[in-house]
Structures are given as C-alpha cells and as structure tokens.
Design a protein around this ligand. Structure first.
Ligand code: ISE
Length: 341
C-alpha cells in the first residue's frame, strides 16, 4: 500500500502531538510538510518529523501536490477555512475539534461534503477512541444497565488552556467534547437544552465569562444529561461519565492506576492534562484516520462536528437568556447515516 503523505497545519501542542503520532506510532504515513504562522515553530516540528517542506500559510500546504491528506490543528477560529480549502482540493482532512467556531460555518462544510457526495472530514473527538469510553459504550450497547435514562458527565481542567473571552468560547473549545460524547454514547441527538448556569471561578476572566458551567440537556428519547464543566478545577485533569439505566449504572473516568499508601495517606495520581490522560486515544484516532482515508469512511465525521456546534450554540442561548432552548437540528443527510467506529 502506498504511503500517505500528510501535511500538518499548526505546529502547537495538538499539531505536534498528531504529527509525532503519525510519524512514530502510525504505520504507512509520512509527514511531508508543516505550516504555522510561527515559521520557526513549523521548522522545528518539520525537522523532528523529517518533513522537507515548511509553510507560513496553511493554504499553500493544502494546495501542495506532494500533500495527499491534511491535519488541521491551528487555532480554533481558523479550522473551518482550512477544512473548506481541503474539500476544494479534494483532500482528506483530520480536523482537531471544534470543526468550526460557529454552527453555520460547520453547516457549510457539511453542505460542501454532501455536494461532493463523499466524506473527507474526520473530527478530533478523541474520547471516542479512548479504551475506557469505548468499553462503556460497549456495555451500553450490550444492555448491561438496561435503558439509559441519565448521562452525568464531568470535565475538569487545572486551568483554561487559553483565556476565554466569552462563555461561548468555553462551550466551543471544551464542552464540545461532552456534547459529542453524549451524542455518541446515547446514539441520540439533543432535543432541548433545559438550562445552562455559570460561575466565574478564575477572577482574571471578564465578568460574564463562565469557566464553570452546568449544562442540563434532554435527549430525543427522553433521557436526561447533566454536564459539569470546570476549566479552573486547579487540582488536576479529570473527565468521566456515569450512565444510569433502568437496571444499573456504568461509569468511566474514575481515578485509576497505581495506588500509593505512605505517610498516613492512600493516594492515586490525577493526570495534569488531556495530553497525558488521552495519550492512547490520540494515537488511536490518527491511526484510525489513516485507515479511514483509505476506505473513505472518516469517523467521527463532519456531521458530528456540526451537530455538536448546533447544541453548543443552543447552550450559549440558554445561558444568556435563562430559558430552555429547543435544538433545531435538521435530519441527518444520508451521506452520514448511523454508524460507529
Ligand atoms: C482542550 O482544548 C481539549 O481539547 C481537551 O481535551 C479538553 O479537555 C480541554 O478542556 C480543552 O481546552
């Protein structure tokens, strides 16, 4: 099988992580080009990955005929533009989440793919490749807890990875994972955002920017979901979910690993960030992407990226108005169908 020649747009934390995973943990690929507005950073990553080409402008990388497929891991607001450029060039693209920062931009990507009649976009919702979350998904589909009626998720960062200037930015950069996770685990679309309330934990944030949000959702099958998102939890990075069914509960994300008993204490370590917590998932998702590129079946796909943004916008509206917001999501186009990875 021919080697896939990959170009990486964005040489920051996630771009570097994906590039290294492709080079050192992903068989059948070569990273041939790196682009970043900070050319020195692009050059350093290119040197590490053995990539010959360096660009300041990601669009030039997308158009490079030596590049077969693209990883987009630039700042969130630039994602949609690069993904559309990849679709114009007919190149498969792995886009770090979020697919866009607004639902209408993500909707334009879906429309473009539907017009092309093939799927070229995979979105970096890495939790879908985490062994523990996948085991929980299997337990649910095996009926281990009966009919799921409540999804109770938590998502805690030590501190925000960036300085959010709006509560919407918090939803789009961080809660988007939880919204996708609930869609994936339940196999349901969100029907209504019952409420979103917020609290400013980090006093350096502007007033009205909530780094702690509690999100209550209703799913189309009548099940409920509650997400606790806290970007300023200080003590470590934790992500988990408990799903209650009508016969039991199943939980992923409880502290695991080595237990130390010393000095009158019994302790387990909590990871400092998502790079450590989801190390295996990040490797698995790009390895799967390479395979998906060959089969033309990226997962999670552009529809997943779009649907989660529609819910995020409804959450922002519920937060701003204090009222429930019905989620107006059109029918899934047949191009996407019902699937699991
Ligand atoms: C970050 O951008 C991620 O994608 C992490 O997975 C998430 O947990 C974190 O909250 C985001 O800021």
């Amino acid at each position: 099988m021919e080697e896939l020649r990959v170009g990486v747009v964005g040489a920051g934390g996630m771009g570097s992580r994906h590039a290294r995973n492709l080079v050192f943990r992903g068989p059948g690929t070569r990273v041939v080009a790196v682009a970043d507005a900070d050319v020195a950073r692009a050059r350093a990553l290119a040197a590490e990955c053995g990539a010959a080409r360096v660009y300041e402008d990601g669009r030039q990388l997308v158009e490079d005929p030596e590049v077969d497929a693209v990883v987009v891991a630039s700042p969130d607001p630039t994602h949609a533009g690069y993904v559309l450029a990849c679709l114009e060039a007919g190149k498969p693209v792995f886009c770090e989440k979020p697919l866009a920062t607004r639902a209408d931009e993500a909707g334009a990507i879906v429309q473009r793919e539907v017009a092309l009649g093939r799927r070229l976009v995979q979105v970096g919702f890495q939790r879908r490749y985490d062994p523990e979350f996948r085991a929980l998904r299997r337990a649910l589909s095996d009926g281990a807890v009966g009919r799921p009626v409540l999804y109770r998720a938590w998502h805690r960062n030590v501190r925000a990875a960036f300085a959010p200037d709006t509560s919407m930015a918090v939803l789009v950069n961080a809660a988007i994972h939880d919204l996708d996770e609930i869609r994936w685990l339940s196999g349901q679309e969100v029907d209504v955002v019952h409420s979103v309330v917020g609290c400013r934990v980090d006093p350096s944030l502007a007033e009205g920017v909530y780094d702690l949000q509690l999100i209550q959702l209703g799913l189309r099958d009548g099940a409920l979901a509650l997400v606790e998102l806290n970007l300023s939890a200080a003590y470590g990075y934790e992500v988990g979910i408990e799903v209650s069914g009508d016969r039991g509960t199943v939980t992923a994300g409880l502290p695991g690993g080595v237990v130390t008993r010393a000095e009158g204490r019994c302790t387990r370590a909590v990871p400092p960030d998502w790079l450590e917590r989801f190390d295996a998932a990040y490797a698995a998702e790009v390895v799967a992407w390479v395979d998906h590129v060959r089969r033309g079946q990226p997962w999670p796909n552009a529809w997943d990226g779009y649907a989660s943004l529609v819910v995020a916008e409804a959450c922002a509206e519920a937060l701003a108005t204090g009222r429930p917001v019905r989620v107006a999501l059109e029918a899934t186009p047949p191009l996407y169908g019902q699937e699991d990875g």
